[in-house]
Design a protein around this ligand. Sequence first.
Ligand SMILES: *Cc1c(COP(=O)(O)O)cnc(C)c1O
Length: 381
Amino acid sequence: MIPYGRQSINQEDIDAVVRTLQSVWLTQGPAIPAFESAVAARCLARYAVAVSNATAALHIACLALEVKPGDLVWTSPITFVASANCARYCGADVDFVDIDPATQNMSPIALAEKLAQAKKRKRLPKVIIPVHFAGQPCDMETIGRLAHEYGCRVIEDAAHAIGATYHGRPTGSCQHSDITVFSFHPVKIITTGEGGMALTNDEKLARQLARLRSHGIAREACEMLKESEGSWYYQQIDLGFNYRMTDIQAALGSSQLQRLDCFVAKRRELADRYDKLLSDLPIDLPGRALHRRSAWHLYPIRVAAEMRHDVFEAMRKEGIIVQVHYIPVHLHPYYQEMGFRLGDFPHAEEYYRRAFSLPLYPDLTYEQQDIVVDTLRRALA
Ligand SMILES: *Cc1c(COP(=O)(O)O)cnc(C)c1O
């Protein structure tokens, strides 16, 4: 069986976890700030807040940007549901911006048009959440400029994209956004089992994120609304959550981070090899954009829509666990209930009819990759 994605764990990762298990701190200890500083330094961001998963990071990122009931949040329809659900947790309404069929990322042209219309109707989004689909960065310069022009904030959903670069700068640097979110789920680029992180260059946002992760509690005198009553004292000043990461997870994360460049290089090498091996088949390969280096979380291909179901099932039957990324979010029953319909985002829907992702992860061998290619070739024949 060859899965579409999986983690790569070595002896150093295991040793790092065991050392933490034998230490004083299993949670709320020194491994957390160490992991946060390492990711912030790697991504050229000033602040990083580790949390229990990327969904939690998206939730508190929306809250830190003051997303409230009645507000509007826009994201891409080709994403995991968490990119939209975070707005719903805050009571906000969700809408989508169709994708660019060349990259499957939020189309900056569609965004510009939709913002112009939204301004006329006086219903602009408070936050825009572009998603770096498959690990390839969105056109952040244009998205950031449009957001600034219309007074919106930006959260980058970079769950796929730690290790990617945009015009030479690492994803996570928040050059064109307020907050960037990473996921450390085992299928993503680096893992902590479950885990996520929110990065920002804004000190006030960083403090809010850190408070919201831990019950809304302030421990430093400068954050408190009343004077401290003693060294035991803390104050709850917002309604927060327990969204903390453990030290066990953070120790694994720091160890994994040391191999981030190797992981991405290996993924890129395998993606290039797929490009060559598949070049004569009647399929569309993942699009690449200028000035961007993908982290290659996924290798999504497109076949003729009439063939997708059978090719997919044939590969699964042969033990190649391909997967579809993604069912357009607006087509899920929960979102259809809000009035979204088939036809609302035609590029996303057309992509969905044709797409599935081939296995791609650092430990995938050339032999396994050859089996995937042969199986696909037979399924298409
Ligand atoms: C995986 C993923 C998430 C959620 O990540 P978790 O860490 O599992 O909560 C959010 N957005 C996208 C695009 C994802 O792929």
